[in-house]
Design a binder for this molecule. Structure first.
Ligand SMILES: NC(=O)c1ccc[n+]([C@@H]2O[C@H](COP(=O)([O-])OP(=O)(O)OC[C@H]3O[C@@H](n4cnc5c(N)ncnc54)[C@H](O)[C@@H]3O)[C@@H](O)[C@H]2O)c1
Length: 354
């Protein structure tokens, strides 16, 4: 399947070798660079390394992990480009999950004021989310995605069979973002998605679900590329989600981004019921699916203050009310909903007693 968007051409296919070969024919006399980490070097590079155009490319290997998504790795990429004679016509291929995509996209966007890049996402999360939409960047001074630019890859090539070697938690992490896309779009998409069992699904069927998820994300990106307005719909579940992710970070109970977002969605569904009259029956059904799919987080009363602090961290100057993206119903989005602290505590109490 081919999706020609305003910003990139996106392929979702099990014929990645054929597609990449065809694309690279148009880049014959140009230098090609491929970024990998130790996991994608072993598990994903063999799929493309014999393709004409990749055979003689320069492979740049970075260390995996969020702590390596920073200036040091960025410098390594820029140095390698310079030392190996990259020029403005060179092409950078990001073969990896969201970290390689974000970092490689930023490196390409800033090298000689911008060179072309291709994303080949190899995790479910990056296939449905990180590889599209044009957000690139790195962490800085302990702050996530503190440096970055909006800039889109020329091509995105998605093949869900890369997920064959992914750890289970990375599959369920991506699944949460797919659920979010369905929820903010319409009920039919939600019903269709949950009729599938992500643990048993074949790669051909998964490619179809990914294609749908990508086109939903693209719908919001094209309407509002710089996230000033309706693109904020994609943040549903992420305000509580980011706080949960931070709360458990560096503990023995660390959770993935998607798992945190799944529980964030549960809380923000509750807020949507209280604040925007989203039907309680529908909410109950969704919450029960989410709790069946993602183990409930163990929260105690002492965590509540920490969570509220984490949520309000960068909004202190706006007083104690926090802005959320909420829903009136499937696909009926209400951005910039200002919730009081008391309602957030009520939400956490409700979650704890589920
Ligand atoms: N740009 C965006 O719009 C956007 C959206 C969501 C998330 N993100 C970013 O994405 C990052 C998270 O991405 P992620 O969840 O893909 O994590 P990741 O890139 O860290 O990948 C997860 C792990 O899986 C390994 N891996 C990757 N592909 C593999 C494969 N096919 N087989 C085996 N192992 C493989 C990686 O080496 C890594 O250890 C975060 O930094 C987040 O900020 C960006």
């Amino acid at each position: 399947m081919k999706l020609d968007t305003k910003f990139s051409t996106i392929y979702i296919s099990s014929e990645i070798q054929k597609i990449l070969t065809e694309i690279l024919q148009n880049f014959k006399n140009r230098k090609i660079f491929v970024i990998v980490d130790e996991n994608t070097k072993t598990n994903c590079l063999p799929v493309i390394k014999n393709i004409e155009g990749i055979k003689n490319s320069k492979i740049i290997e970075l260390e995996s992990g969020e702590s390596n998504k920073g200036i040091k790795s960025l410098e390594k990429v820029w140095s390698s480009l310079t030392e190996n004679g990259a020029d403005r016509s060179s092409m950078l291929i990001n073969l990896g999950g969201g970290i390689i995509g974000d970092l490689g996209g930023f490196a390409a966007s800033t090298f000689k004021r911008g060179i072309d890049f291709i994303n080949i996402p190899t995790t479910l999360l990056s296939q449905v989310d990180a590889s599209i939409g044009g957000k690139t960047g790195v962490n800085f001074l302990g702050l996530k995605n503190e440096l970055g630019v909006f800039n889109h890859p020329k091509y995105v090539i998605i093949d869900s069979s890369f997920n064959r070697t992914l750890k289970k938690e990375h599959i369920s992490s991506g699944w949460a973002e797919m659920l979010k896309h369905a929820l903010i779009f319409n009920e039919k998409d939600w019903d269709n998605l949950i009729s599938n069992n992500i643990k048993q699904i074949g790669f051909k069927e998964l490619n179809l679900l990914i294609a749908r998820s990508v086109s939903i994300k693209n719908h919001f990106v094209e309407k509002d590329p710089f996230e000033k307005d309706i693109r904020k719909a994609l943040n549903f579940g992420h305000t509580f989600g980011h706080a949960f992710e931070s709360l458990f970070m560096n503990t023995t109970n660390e959770i993935s981004h998607g798992e945190a977002v799944a529980h964030g969605m549960i809380c923000e569904l509750y807020l949507s019921g209280s604040f925007c009259d989203f039907s309680t029956n529908k909410i109950d059904t969704m919450v029960s699916y989410l709790l069946k799919t993602y183990n409930k987080l163990k929260l105690n009363d002492a965590d509540f203050e920490k969570i509220i602090d984490l949520i309000g961290h960068d909004k202190k100057n706006e007083g104690l009310n926090i802005n959320f993206t909420l829903l009136e119903d499937f696909g009926k989005i209400k951005i910039n909903q200002n919730c009081k602290r008391e309602l957030l505590i009520e939400t956490l109490n409700w979650y704890k007693n589920l």
